[in-house]
Design a protein around this ligand. Structure first.
Ligand SMILES: Cc1ncc(COP(=O)(O)O)c(C=O)c1O
Length: 474
């Protein structure tokens, strides 16, 4: 019988070695992988099912068994021809740093418990602000992703706009509080509404601001909406619309928000990274004028899941909304950054290690080059495909996301979905669909560090082939 002995070094060595061997083999082969996953969810359930094990097993054996069972159900989303959703590459360097994060078992919630994890976060926070062109004094919370980053930022916003009218929301909650008006673009991401829901601001109780054909909030509509408000206001803008990549006109809306005394938050899950590019920074001009920004590491920085950043100009508001205090938790020394003061959780993964590793992996130049390349690839793919009969771009390619329609009018819905289905069946590339303004579209995201122009060309050919087959009715 295997003893539950964490100090069993041969067990640790075996388990770690097996994981490293399988991970390296997987990442070597994933570029050529097609038709993944090969097993359905039901088959995966059957693969893992069984009674609770009565006895323990050897670590290396467990890892071997895990790999054997899971492999058929792994989608090659780290592969170079994966264009579905906005999924980064989980870069091997970030993965390795993340393994060590787990092996070290650091609880990043406390500076005394985890000095290295806390320090690496402090440094990575400075690097992120520098790369993203945001105020150096802003505070950064290391969270699971943009959904939580937006929620944390909106908690800081809620705290500050109510403090300004004499209400302490942390102490007294929202019952009886002055009402907050939330302005949000009509093409905002669904997850922002989750944040509003969690914070008691109401997913439905918002003022929706009209956007243009690319999903970009209209500055004139924003101005009219904000002028019609009274009392505390939180305005939510977006960098990188999930289907079009469009960024709101920050240079126009930020001064309007400022003049109205509103807190301006930007959901920049991926689009905020245009700030770190060389040639696409004009998309986000004025974004640094906002009050808070939510973004992801696991999208354009290519860290492994899960990793996001909640960034707030007013660090005091950020801390007020998030700080956890208890006598058994040693207070931070002097002015040191307390890592738990910027996030929802106390105990959590030390995401700073992978962030630090990934920024070192690429460097400023490498990050800029990758973002430029992805945007170039998206534009090339979209514009090339739109030259072919029956294929049209739904909106100009602005960043790294674009949408295509196949066929005309009502019939185009079925033809578009048939083309997407065909691509997924052929499995040369993975691409998904979405509904946009009541019509079905093929949506393409270019976010993986592994993707090159060569992969784009292969994918263009595959899309044309699929469309040809749909037209031919085969
Ligand atoms: C614009 C935008 N906001 C928020 C999110 C949510 O991010 P996450 O899934 O990392 O929580 C996404 C995800 O794609 C997004 O594109």
């Amino acid at each position: 019988m295997i003893q539950d002995d964490p100090a069993n070094t041969s067990n640790a060595r075996g388990a770690f070695a097996a994981a490293a061997r399988h991970a390296a083999a997987y990442r070597r082969d994933v570029a050529a992988a097609d038709r993944t996953p090969t097993a359905s969810y039901a088959e995966m359930l059957a693969a893992f099912a069984g009674p609770v094990p009565e006895t323990g097993s050897d670590g290396a054996q467990i890892i071997e068994d895990l790999v054997a069972r899971a492999t058929p159900g792994i989608r090659a989303s780290t592969g170079p021809r994966f264009f579905g959703w906005v999924i980064g590459n989980s870069h091997p360097t970030g993965v390795a740093a993340d393994w060590l994060t787990a092996a070290w078992g650091q609880n990043a919630g406390n500076l005394i418990a985890a000095p290295a994890a806390s320090a690496v976060e402090a440094v990575a926070a400075e690097w992120l602000l520098d790369l993203l062109g945001l105020p150096a004094a802003a505070s950064v919370g290391f969270v699971t992703g943009a959904t939580v980053a937006n929620t944390v930022c909106l908690a800081a916003a809620r705290s500050e706009v109510l403090r300004r009218v004499g209400w302490d929301v942390e102490a007294d909650g929202l019952f009886g509080a002055p009402p907050i008006t939330v302005l949000i673009g009509e093409d905002a991401h669904a997850t922002v509404f989750s944040g509003l829901k969690y914070l008691g601001l109401g997913a439905r109780r918002v003022v929706t601001v009209a956007s243009d054909a690319s999903g970009r909030m209209r500055a004139d509509a924003f101005e009219a909406a904000i002028q019609a408000t009274s009392g505390p206001v939180i305005a939510i803008a977006q960098a990188g619309q999930i289907n079009t990549g469009a960024c709101d006109p920050f240079a126009e809306i930020a001064p309007i928000a400022r003049a109205a005394g509103a807190w301006l938050h930007v959901d920049g899950a991926f689009g905020l990274w245009a700030q770190a590019s060389r040639r696409y920074t004009d998309r986000t001009i004025g974004i640094e004028l906002a009050d808070s920004w939510g973004t992801d590491g696991h999208k354009w920085l290519q860290t492994p899941y899960d990793c996001g950043y909640a960034i707030v100009r007013d660090a005091e508001a950020h801390r007020r909304a998030m700080t956890i205090a208890a006598s058994y938790l040693p207070p931070p020394e002097g002015a040191e950054r307390d890592p738990s003061a910027y996030v929802l959780e106390l105990s959590r993964r030390a995401r700073g290690f992978a962030t630090w590793a990934m920024i070192r992996q690429f460097g400023r130049e490498g990050i800029a080059a990758m973002i430029d390349r992805h945007c170039d690839i998206a534009r090339h793919m979209g514009e090339t495909l739109a030259q072919h009969p029956g294929i049209s771009l739904v909106a100009p390619v602005d960043l790294n996301q674009f949408m295509l329609r196949f066929g005309e009018g009502e019939a185009g819905d079925a033809q578009t979905l048939a083309t997407v289905r065909r691509i997924q069946e052929e499995a040369i590339a993975f691409i998904g669909s979405a509904s946009w303004r009541g019509r079905w579209v093929m949506r393409v995201s270019v976010t993986s560090a592994a993707t090159t122009m060569e992969h784009a060309e292969t994918t263009i050919a595959a899309i044309l082939q699929a469309w040809k087959a749909v037209v031919a009715g085969t």
